[in-house]
Structures are given as C-alpha cells and as structure tokens.
Design a protein around this ligand. Structure first.
Ligand code: ZN
Ligand code: ZN
Length: 764
C-alpha cells in the first residue's frame, strides 16, 4: 500500500489554493469535498479567518480541472472574490478531508447574510413523511439564519445563538455527513432538538403546531399578532381587513406610513399589484426583499398604503412565514416592523412583550435568540434596474466592493435612516438600517451595532468620518470615539457624501457633476442644503448650482408643516390673497407670527431644499399641509400625478459663477391653474416636469461650462419615480452620462459609504 502510494506520487502535484470572498456559512467546504471526489483529488480544506484554504493533490490535469470548476460550480449563495494558487511538494495523501478551522492574522472575514428558505427545505416542510414536517426552524447549508445569529467568528455553531441547542443523534449524523445537505449547517435543528415556537395570548400559552394554528386563528379573526422572525419582530394582521389594519394603525399611534404585505403566491400578489418579471425574480430569489410595486384596486384594505401608489410586497422567507400563510384564510398579511416609528427593532422576547404590549393581541415567539436586529430590505424595480432603497436583511453583511482601497474607516452616517459603514481595503461594509438617531435608545443600539460589526469582522478603524452637522448625535459620537482612540475625525458635507457614495458604487474616476436632491443636509455655509449641483471629486467639491433659498419659519417645525413653506413661496410672489382654497384656509394669525419671525430672522434657517419645495406644492394643492411622517406630503404629490403633459416656468440666474434655480414663476402659474379649477393630478405632473426641467437645465449649463460629461445623482428625492426616470432621460438626451445608485440606497441609508470614501480620499 505504502509502495503504491509512492509510485503514484511521481506525477502528482500539490497546490495550496486560497479563496477569499463569501465562502463561510454557505456550504463551501462540502462543495469543495464533493468537487475533490469528482476529480479524484486528495488533500485538505479548512476555513481560516479570511476565507478557505485548500490543499489539492492529484494528477496535474485533475488539479487543473478542479481549480477550473471552483468558480463555475460554487454554491448558489457563495461569492468568490479571489483565488490564489501556490505550489507545494506532493505529500502522497490518500483521501480528501475537512480539517478544523484556523485563525489567521489579516484577511477580511466575509460573513453570509440570512438566506430565505430554499426549495428543498420547503418541500420537506410540507412533506408529512419528513421528520421535519411543519417544523418552523428547518434549514440547510443553502438557507436559513446567518448574520442575525452570529456572535463571533469563525462561523461555527458554538459562536452562534444555536449554541444552547445540542443536536440530536439524527441531526448530528446529518451535520457530520459530507454527502448530506446539512453537512456543517450550523443552525441545523429538528423538532426533537431545536428551537420551538410558543404563542402567548392573554393567559393562554401553547407551543409547536398548536401555537401556529392559534396564531392563524387570531389573525383570521382580525387580531394583531407580534411574530418573531429572523432579524426582529413583525406586527402582523390580515391585510384584507380594513378594521384590523386601522386598529393596528390606531395602536401604533399617529403612524400613517405604508405597511408591507406578505403573500405566498405570486398569483395572489398579481391580484393586488402589477408584477413585472424583474419583480418576480426579486420575490422568489435568495434575498426576498420588500419590493415596491404599483397598486391595483383589490381586496387589500385601503388603509394599508393610503398615501402611496405602491405596495411594498414580499414573499415568505422563513419556514414560520410559510406555515402561517399556507392557510387559505390568510391570502395576504400586513407584516410591518415591530417597533414604534423609527426606534430600533425589537429582537428579544421580553423586550417585545414589553414594548409591543399595547399593540399586539398575541405574541408568536421562539427561543432561538436574535443576536443582532436586521430589518427587511426594500427594493424598487425601475426602468434603470432594481434600486435598493433599504439595504438590510439578505444584503448585510455582504460588502459593497470598491475599486479603491479605502483603508480602515468607520463612517457613522447621518441622522435619519441611519446606517454606518466600516471599510477594510476595498470592502465597504454598510450596516443594516438602524433608524433615526434622535434619542439615547437608538444611539445605544447604534453603538452596539458598531461594536458588533467591528468584532465579527475584526476590523479596527484607523479613521472616523461623520456628517458636517455639529449637532447630530452621530457627529458627537464620532468625535468622542476619535478622541478616545487618538484618531482623526473627518467631517463630510452631507450632499458631497451622497455624490461620493454614488461615484464609489460605479467606480467613477471623477470629477463628476453631482446632482444631490433631498430634504435636508447641513450646508458648508451653515444653511440647509437639499437641491445642489456639486462639481465633485472624492476628496472635495465645488458648489456650482442650488435651488433659491427660502426661509423655513420655525426651522424643524416648517419641515413638519409644509403649509408654512407654501405660504412663504406665495408671499414672495404676492399671492397670499389668491382665490384658492389654500389662501382661504390659511390660518392668518399664525401666518402673521411667522411673517414677523421671517422679518426679524428669528429661527428661520435658509433652505435650498428639494424636499421642502415638493412639500410646499403638496400643501398648496391641498394634499397635505402637516406631515405625519418624513416625506409624506412629497409622496402624496407623486402619487397624485396623472400622465398629463406640460411644464411651468422657472428661472435660472447666475451670480459670481453660481447658478440659482428659482421656481417663483411656477408658483404664479400653479395658483392660476388652481384658480381655473385644474385637476390636482395635472398640476402635480406639471410640477414634476418643471422640477426635472429646471434641475436638468442647470446641470446642462454647468456641464457645458466645465466640460464634464458624467453626472452622479443621489439623495432621497431620487426615490420619486418621476424624478428618477425624468432627469436621467433629459440628461442622456443631450449626451451626458448618468450614474444612479443600484446597490446602495440613494437616500440617507447610503450616506455612510460616501462619508467613508471622502474621508479616506482626504486622508491618504
Ligand atoms: Zn434549505
Ligand atoms: Zn435534531
């Protein structure tokens, strides 16, 4: 035997193959094992902190074929970033084995996001002969929880919240069997040994199938149930019951935001929204985000999304969801985040039972701990491809891979819709959606998430980036952290960060013309910016154009009450006595107070904000005079638009090389249209056309002046489909190239990436 081995080693070669990318927790080692057997390869494979190392020994042709098959046949959710091959002397190994994980210095760890349940597991879930029949925690190497259960690395069961569950004999056998789909599936479990569900309803408690049955009963009877999922709790109710949905809204407080809907069958979805092919792919893939789709008139309760022309829809992504929605009585469930407004998601059983007690009638809990919260992601399919609006479950912690090496930067993001970003070389790890950093609770959660990500990625930042705004909690945190660690803290202007994020995503060389349109961002001159054309590079920018400033009487209050800004615009044009509803209904005494504030310049910050302009028009045409949530009035204006044509007048003036976009004339014409009794939808679409024309014209003028032909668009206004489609169309028609976010959100959810890019460019 020994002799035979020696003989065959003559022609044998051995190669060390190091693979980096997303290769842990995705069934990679079993795949390597199978591939080795297929090609008659001996040797070893093991995980190390930065990826996977294979030592492959065999005939030269076989080793070459083995290496060639690696990228071609990799598991569906794996991602290979790099393969390096080093020659080793042949050792004469007789077989291929998986050896224990090793720790190694250096190398970025890429962890897998949570993955929606696969078809094989789905089949088993509903197979009465399967030992996991109707077991709500079924998973395998191709699916199941990952990021939300990982406590530390390497990704092995003792380092996850599955540690308390010892596998039974059957599960252990699967786990150890290289030929099994559950080989080294860390969350592997069954009804005998794994987590359990429990339903709590008043004084009643029940578990297993009875709990699921009871939850279905409650939901079908119009009750509200808090359901523990992968990365947090959902509040669920029957989406076809107007009473149930209204009750949910009533208990959640003044909450009026659109609610997400979950349905199992695409046919069912087709009955209440327009399903495109692209949307179907998103709804049935491994990520399964919430997909924004145009509504149809249907059985869905009107109060699910009253302000929007879209529904946010998703398909079940955990076995528990599948079990709940398999019942005919529940064709569609409202599944909204289990939190109040923008506070962090509830993830722990006790926490949820406390915080959601006044909202939920029942609690469907389980005993697998959620290590870290992660919301549902939101994606909008557009003519320009799908755009990620909220990047969380299914994406995080996959990095955005950049062309430039950023070093190790921690960027803390902005104020609203906060995410942060940790970079390591060319990998930018944009965090899951955290929420609005307005109170100590959210800040605590934010800090915990920052620490957790640093721990599991083993990345210690060398540089801190934050927003230019001096009063943001995130800015304070960044400065404190920098001081503690003796690091530099770089302040990055809000809209420059937006543009830099878009540039980085597309690896733009720069300079570009950045069009940044959103609600508010602290300007370099201390005013509120929000409709800006910036001549941008990674390290710096020059402001080339902006929307004409208007005072915001009352500051924050003017943001929440769009009627104030509408009155300011009308006042400027001398139109406050026009014969229109807005003027008839205007609270004159309050307006006079605001007028005095403007005259004396008390708490009246100047703003060049696109968001305020949209809100003002919304208030003027009678859609919404006070916002119940951020962006509501603008969303309603978009929803109102018909497909009429036409455009209002506007002016672009120049002083000291700066272009100023003035929509004053538009207000004169809108008032005339209102006086003539024109339809709100018609006015809305003309307003959108005017905005696109005005910003487009300004951009073209700057492009001509500077010779720059590449445009990067970013900011929350690009969530508006009319702007998102209209502006690129106008700009590409005149030969300009337009870059728009795809992988990262155009709203403030993508801001941290831009901060990291700018800080790194300035510092290195
Ligand atoms: Zn599976
Ligand atoms: Zn078991």
């Amino acid at each position: 035997m020994a002799k035979a081995t020696t003989l065959t080693t003559d022609r044998r070669i051995r190669r060390e193959i190091t693979i980096t990318g997303i290769v842990q927790g995705v069934g990679f080692r079993p795949f390597i094992h199978r591939l080795a057997q297929k090609h008659g390869i001996a040797g070893t494979v093991h995980n190390f902190t930065g990826g996977v190392v294979i030592e492959a020994e065999g005939q030269p042709e076989a080793v070459a074929a083995f290496i060639g098959d690696l990228p071609r046949e990799k598991p569906p959710i794996a991602r290979i970033d790099d393969i390096t091959v080093v020659e080793l002397p042949a050792l004469g190994d007789a077989e291929f084995v998986i050896t224990p994980s090793r720790e190694a210095a250096g190398g970025t760890i890429l962890l897998s996001p949570d993955v929606a349940m696969c078809d094989d597991c789905l089949r088993e879930l509903f197979d009465p002969d399967d030992r996991r029949y109707r077991y709500p925690f079924i998973n395998c190497t191709n699916c199941g929880p990952r990021f939300t259960i990982i406590q530390s690395v390497p990704y092995d069961r003792p380092n996850t919240t599955m540690r308390p569950f010892s596998m039974c004999r059957h599960c252990q056998a699967e786990y150890d069997d290289i030929g099994d789909r559950r080989y080294h599936a860390q969350p592997n479990a069954c009804p005998v040994c794994g987590p359990e569900v429990e339903l709590i309803f008043g004084d009643e408690r029940c578990s297993a199938d009875e709990a699921i049955e009871q939850a279905i009963e409650l939901l079908a009877a119009g009750k509200i149930v808090a359901i523990k999922g992968l990365g947090g709790f959902h509040l669920a109710c029957d989406a076809t019951s107007q009473d149930a949905v209204q009750e949910l809204r009533r208990r959640k407080g003044r909450e009026e935001k659109p609610l997400a809907i979950m349905s199992t069958s695409l046919e069912e979805m087709e009955s209440y929204c327009h399903l495109t092919e692209e949307a179907q792919e998103l709804l049935t893939g491994a990520i399964r985000p919430i997909v924004l789709l145009k509504k149809r008139t249907s059985v869905i309760a009107p109060s699910v999304a009253p302000d929007s022309k879209y529904y946010g829809v998703m398909t079940p992504y955990t076995p528990l969801h599948h079990l709940l929605l398999a019942d005919d009585r529940l064709p569609a469930l409202v599944m909204t985040s289990g939190n109040l407004s923008e506070e962090p998601l509830a993830t722990q059983n006790d926490e949820a039972r406390g915080r959601l007690a006044h909202i939920a009638d029942g609690f469907l809990l389980h005993d697998r701990e959620i290590e870290i919260g992660c919301d549902d992601s939101v994606v909008r399919p557009t003519k320009l491809g799908p755009i990620v609006m909220r990047r969380a479950r299914g994406y995080v912690p996959f990095p955005v891979t950049l062309k430039r090496d950023l070093g190790r930067v921690l960027a803390v993001g902005g104020h609203l819709k906060n995410t942060f970003c940790l970079t390591d070389g060319r990998n930018a790890f944009l965090s899951q959606h955290i929420g609005d950093l307005e109170d100590a609770n959210t800040l605590d959660y934010f800090q915990w998430c920052v620490d957790h990500l640093q721990d599991v990625l083993r990345v210690e930042p060398e540089l801190i980036a934050h927003d230019l705004h001096p009063d943001y909690l995130s800015s304070h945190y960044a400065q404190r952290l920098a001081e503690e660690r003796g690091l530099d803290a770089v302040a990055v202007q809000h809209h420059h960060a937006h543009i830099a994020a878009c540039m980085a995503e597309h690896a733009a060389v720069g300079p570009v013309l950045g069009i940044a349109c959103d609600g508010t961002g602290y300007g370099a001159d201390g005013t509120v910016w929000g409709c800006e054309i910036l001549l941008s590079d990674y390290d710096d920018y020059t402001r080339a154009a902006h929307l004409e400033y208007v005072p915001l009487p009352g500051g924050e209050q003017a943001i929440k009450e769009p009627w104030r800004v509408a009155a300011v615009y009308l006042h400027r044009q001398g139109l406050l006595d026009a014969d229109i509803d807005f003027c008839h209904n205007l609270d004159r005494p309050r307006w006079r107070l605001l007028e005095q504030m403007i005259e004396k310049n008390i708490n009246c910050p100047s703003a060049s904000s696109a968001g305020r302009l949209f809100s003002a028009v919304s208030a003027l045409v009678g859609l919404r005079s006070v916002d119940a949530y951020e962006g509501q009035s603008a969303m309603m204006l978009e929803a109102a638009a018909t497909d009429a044509e036409g455009v209002y007048s506007y002016e672009i003036t120049e002083s000291d090389g700066m272009l100023v976009m003035s929509p004053g004339l538009m207000f004169v014409e809108i008032v005339a249209d209102l006086e003539a009794g024109k339809d709100t939808g018609e006015i809305s679409v003309r307003f959108h056309n005017t905005f696109v024309a005005m910003v487009g014209d300004a951009a073209v003028r700057v492009a001509k002046k500077t010779g720059i032909k590449q445009i990067a668009m970013s900011g929350g206004t690009f969530q508006n489909e009319l702007v998102l489609h209209g502006l690129p169309q106008r700009l590409t028609e005149v030969g300009l190239e337009v870059l728009i976010h795809q992988e990262t959100p155009p709203n403030d959810g993508g801001l941290a990436l831009g901060q990291a890019v700018v800080a790194s460019a300035r510092n290195y």
